[in-house]
Design a binder for this molecule. Sequence first.
Ligand code: NAD
Length: 405
Amino acid sequence: MPVLDFDLLSRFVDVPSAARRMLERSEKEIQCSLSLRVDHDRVIDATCYVVYHSLARGPAKGGIRMTPTVTMEHTRDLAERMTFKASLVRIPFGGGKSAICVDGSALTRFEKTAFLREYCHILQFELQHGAYIPAPDMGTDATDMAVIFGRFDRPDVVTGKPPRIGGLPGRNEATGRGVARVCELVAARLDGVGMGSAPLAGKRVAVQGFGNVGRWTARFCAERGAKVVAITDIHGGCYAEDGLDLDALWPLSGVTLGTNRNGYGLVSNEDLFALDVDLLVPAACEDQITGEVAEKVRARAVVEGANGPVTPGGDRVLHARGITVAPDILANAGGVIASYVEWRNAKSGSITDKQDTYDTIEQTLDRAFDDVDGFAREQQTDHRTAAHAIALREVVESMRDRCWI
Ligand code: NAD
């Protein structure tokens, strides 16, 4: 099912039927099988999916997910979100995604590297020609991007690399940096204050996900004065009324976050959503806040760090209850903004330092947030509809520019 509700959006954007037909299905989908012999009698097999949703605005950009439950349907959904995320922040990339259906955490480093080399071999045409430019997503990280770089020895083939080999200082934490900025913008709007007045100071924040996006979001929110009172991963997590010491939690992962008490209380994922906080940041995975869960949310706003963490049913309930939602294509766009800078540097030879990366993310998100918030007020609609309408209009206009419609 498409992420965008074209019938709803046609109230705000003129979408010719040819454009709608093109955007309702992917431009290209590839399914292939990866097999790796890891021992004399053991072969690991995995299905790999690659989707280009729309290339109207540029080459397909999107991360590689490596999880045991991922499907073509998920990959399609994520690629579509990338099309509209890049267009909302006005970056000349199209939407893409790839996924390898295997539990990366159960592989040794050697096995994972061998698997990624097989991925590069099978997709060499797509990668070599720059038709699809991967980056990290769930289950993959900068080291994995270094492996891909090593197969082609060209820094523009992949983003999210370690900085010493053409990666961008600040890219690793870019998505969390952006989510924290959107938290700040949302907090300022809720209180009707300017950004100069430290809108996150004293705000209570709960974060689901202690991976790349969740942990960096928590850290940057805390740096801006927020009290991060709870954080969970897949096994649950911990809670502290006066705020968690994130430095102490930083080395923990997997089962240890929810069992290593550090003097803190324990909290399940379900309880996290019902905490009395100002901002709730689901930054783990999709479909977490359903209609039923949304009834229990007590936060003033939900900022989507993950892709698709609120279901359409959850969205309706949150909207009806007057809870602001900052949609994923806005809130977690820091990663693709930084990836664009990394890719552009790879093409031009320019160098960017960490502060420049942070400034670019924040300035770009500030502009996008103003656009979305302004549209929502003018059209008396919610932020998700506003973000989708602006992003869709950009893609349709790009199609016109290219005489596709
Ligand atoms: P990650 O693999 O680094 O971390 C995922 C975290 O979520 C882990 O703490 C894991 O324990 C937790 N988790 C997984 N399944 C869960 C479940 N069912 N319930 C509760 N917790 C669960 O992944 P990440 O890179 O941080 O990505 C998280 C989300 O953000 C994904 O939706 C991803 O698509 C999105 N995203 C990531 C980036 C990026 O730059 N990494 C950019 C944009 C969006």
